[in-house]
Design a binder for this molecule. Structure first.
Ligand SMILES: NC(=O)c1ccc[n+]([C@@H]2O[C@H](COP(=O)([O-])OP(=O)(O)OC[C@H]3O[C@@H](n4cnc5c(N)ncnc54)[C@H](O)[C@@H]3O)[C@@H](O)[C@H]2O)c1
Length: 270
């Protein structure tokens, strides 16, 4: 069901790679709610071509940007502002990648060149996006920025590897930049901590099947899926959440506050 929650709003969605991507669902949901969007992803992801399908469906231009590159981000915001004839009201940061995870190097054997690259893409990129936007005054007053994160920022999930550190910094950047952008322009910045979700990035984590099943059994409501995450992001882009900022918001069916469930206890007793 659509409620016109984003009628008249304009936004940039980073990170839609394929139909499984959380950003893909957010893009569809935002447009359903009346928003106009620009889609962005790394040049290498654009070459895969899938994003064109979404662009057509959402009637949205695609503007490539490697989020580790300042010139790319400058170009993205310049072209987006030309396209809309002004600033945007919301930004989704749905980006993550760890070379250590990809190469199967455990946390205690990380290669620091890989660590730097993953940090630049997964965490520092939020700072770059916000700094570029602020310099160019590209986000309108009462705008909303949401970045996706995972509970490994607070607790140990051994195979989440250096992404745990990246997410901890990402959440910290949301808080700190949220302070400055809030005082300067009433722009809010939050992170949404999502349940494990079957996507390209998610499935790259070792032991993902065990991981997602465990979370399902440990969450009173079960795992939140990508479409439900999109609903939540849309509510955060809307005017209904104008006073929410600098928060890490769990969207996980109750997983984060559950000590143990009966299902898990029964399984342990077998
Ligand atoms: N899938 C999960 O279980 C899960 C759970 C919690 C949080 N998240 C987070 O959600 C976000 C989206 O991930 P997803 O699960 O939809 O997977 P995904 O693989 O579909 O999305 C990751 C995106 O990051 C983009 N990206 C990588 N390097 C980039 C670069 N240099 N410049 C620009 N974009 C780049 C990829 O092209 C891709 O579109 C990530 O931040 C991820 O950590 C995922």
């Amino acid at each position: 069901m659509a409620y016109n929650l984003l009628k008249g709003k304009k936004g940039i969605i980073f990170g839609a790679l394929n139909e499984q991507s959380i950003a893909w669902k957010v893009a569809q949901r935002a447009v359903q709610e009346g928003a106009e969007i620009v889609l962005s992803n790394a040049p290498i992801a654009l070459r895969m071509g899938e994003l064109n399908k979404l662009a057509e469906e959402c009637n949205a231009p695609v503007i490539g940007a490697d989020v580790t590159n300042n010139d790319d981000l400058n170009n993205l915001f310049t072209k987006t502002m030309e396209h809309f004839g002004g600033g945007v009201d919301f930004v989704l940061h749905s980006i993550g990648m760890s070379v250590n995870v990809r190469k199967g190097l455990p946390y205690y054997e990380n290669n620091y060149d890989f660590t730097h690259k993953g940090f630049d893409i997964s965490a520092l990129s939020l700072h770059r996006v916000l700094q570029t936007a602020m310099k160019m005054d590209a986000i309108n007053e009462w705008g909303s920025v949401v970045a996706l994160t995972y509970i490994a920022a607070q607790r140990v999930f051994p195979d989440y590897n250096d992404m745990a550190d990246n997410k901890a910094v990402l959440e910290s950047i949301a808080r700190n930049f949220g302070y400055f952008y809030g005082t300067k322009k009433k722009v809010r910045v939050n992170t949404v901590s999502q349940s494990p979700t079957r996507t390209t990035a998610g499935s790259g984590v070792k032991g993902f099947d065990g991981f997602i099943n465990y979370a399902e059994k440990m969450s009173p409501l079960g795992n939140a899926d990508a479409a439900q995450c999109a609903d939540y992001c849309v509510s955060l882009f809307s005017d209904l959440t104008r006073m929410v900022t600098m928060q890490n918001l769990f969207h996980d069916g109750g997983f984060s506050y559950t000590g143990v469930t009966k299902e898990i206890i029964e399984q342990m007793e077998k």
